[in-house]
Design a protein around this ligand. Structure first.
Ligand SMILES: [Zn+2]
Length: 424
């Protein structure tokens, strides 16, 4: 489908405004418009206004296709700035063991945990892996995410990391979210390098990063900077190599302990620092100075029954906060960013408005895309979520069900439940 698309009949449109990250009080400012109408032409929003103004402007010029959003709410397509979708395998059994009180270390020692996913992913055929990732990306789109950041990191060999990134490039297209690929070869020390970790750090920094950058396979490089994973010094080596190669930087920081990752991200002016459960005043001040987006992952903190990121302090200190899913097979297995939004509010203390900005415009800003996606404004990509609710606050209020009834990506209706197209 190309050409023009109208969305008519909605009760409300709710969106942050602008083409940069919103911080401080501005993160909570959502523009709401009753009885809105929207028109997209060739994938771009050309009209966002009231039904009355729409009729004046387009009298006698119907669009090629009209989406009836009767009584519903229009939101910007969600921007999920932190996902791990490239894997196969099934770790469902681990939930029972966790609930019985077994530690992650114990599960990992008996063959579970991240290395179970690494082994299964390495062993998968290209078709098997591609099929699994495609289904996952499709589910993300159907749950409202029109743009996602997607990490490698379950290959942990040069070949397998590059395979993951190539696969993401091959899958990118109109029927899945727009994909921003990130190299995460420093997700974990591979089992083969346990006794010679410096060699893996060197391989990542000196061979994998330059190769990935040269082939244009990733836009960002990420490191799991954490006690027991990659030290600050090792993370710095890899991130500085990535910066020299022209990649943007993201950091898994201070999730398990206060281990220096956030300060490193701020010092290197990374695009994002993610998790941040143990970030304290010094870390928050450093983020506020650097402009690095704090990507909080409230679904993971809740699921891990860990502490929560200090999201309120971040907002009040002027740190732009994004809310992302961390979709992954170990600690947060969901393709629904809307599900995580509930935890951002009720568990991490953000308002609905701050959360909506976090899962749209601020996510986009952390990916360098805030001038193209993340809000409903003319000139931006026509990425729209139709929420089966009279108000955006239902995103959190009416929880545990999927309220996303239609998704428009680049001006194309890419997902809909039949109820959307038939007027009430
Ligand atoms: Zn992650």
């Amino acid at each position: 489908m190309t050409g023009s698309l109208d969305i008519r009949g909605a009760a409300l449109l709710a969106t942050p405004l602008g083409s940069t990250a919103r911080r401080g009080r501005a993160q909570g400012e959502i523009f709401r418009l009753s009885e809105p109408a929207v028109r997209a032409e060739d994938g771009v929003l050309v009209f966002v206004g009231t039904e009355t103004d729409y009729r004046r402007e387009y009298a006698g010029h119907p669009a090629d296709f009209t989406l009836d959003a009767s009584g519903r709410t229009l939101l910007p397509g969600f921007v999920d700035a932190h996902t791990h979708p490239v894997w196969v395998g099934d770790r469902g059994v681990e939930i029972g063991r966790r609930l019985a009180g077994e530690s992650y270390a114990s599960i990992a020692a008996s063959g579970g945990g991240i290395l179970a996913t690494v082994h299964a992913t390495r062993a998968a055929s290209d078709d098997e892996l591609s099929g699994a990732v495609h289904r996952r990306l499709r589910a993300m789109l159907e749950h409202g995410s029109t743009t996602i950041e997607a990490k490698s990191g379950y290959g942990l060999t040069a070949e397998d990391e590059i395979r993951a990134l190539r696969l993401l490039r091959e899958l990118d297209g109109p029927e899945v979210p727009r994909v921003v690929p990130t190299l995460l070869a420093a997700h974990e020390i591979p089992p083969e390098y346990r006794d010679r970790r410096a060699e893996w750090v060197r391989l990542v920094a000196e061979e994998i990063v330059p190769l990935v950058a040269r082939e244009g396979l990733a836009r960002y490089c990420d490191v799991f900077c954490e006690e027991g994973v990659f030290t600050v010094a090792e993370s710095r080596t890899i991130l500085e190599a990535a910066r020299r190669a022209g990649l943007g930087l993201r950091v898994h920081a201070d999730e398990l302990a206060r281990s220096g990752g956030t300060l490193l991200a701020a010092e290197l002016e990374a695009a994002s620092a993610d998790h941040l459960l143990f970030a304290g005043d010094a870390e928050i001040a450093a983020l506020a100075r650097s402009g690095t987006v704090a990507v909080i992952l409230p679904g993971t903190a809740w699921w891990m029954r860990s502490r929560r990121a200090p999201a309120r302090s971040m907002v009040e200190s002027g740190v732009p906060v994004a809310v992302a899913s961390d979709a992954n097979p170990g600690t947060c297995y969901t393709e629904s960013l809307a599900a995580v939004a509930v935890h951002a509010c009720l568990d991490s203390g953000l308002t609905v408005e701050e959360t909506l900005t976090g899962m749209t415009l601020n996510g986009a800003a952390s990916l360098g895309l805030a001038d193209r996606v993340g809000s409903l404004e003319t000139g931006k990509s026509a990425d729209v979520v139709v929420l089966d609710a009279p108000d955006d606050r239902h995103l959190v209020y009416h929880w545990g069900v999927d309220l996303v009834s239609a998704v428009v990506r680049s001006g194309n209706l890419v997902s809909s439940k039949s109820k959307v197209q038939s007027p009430k």
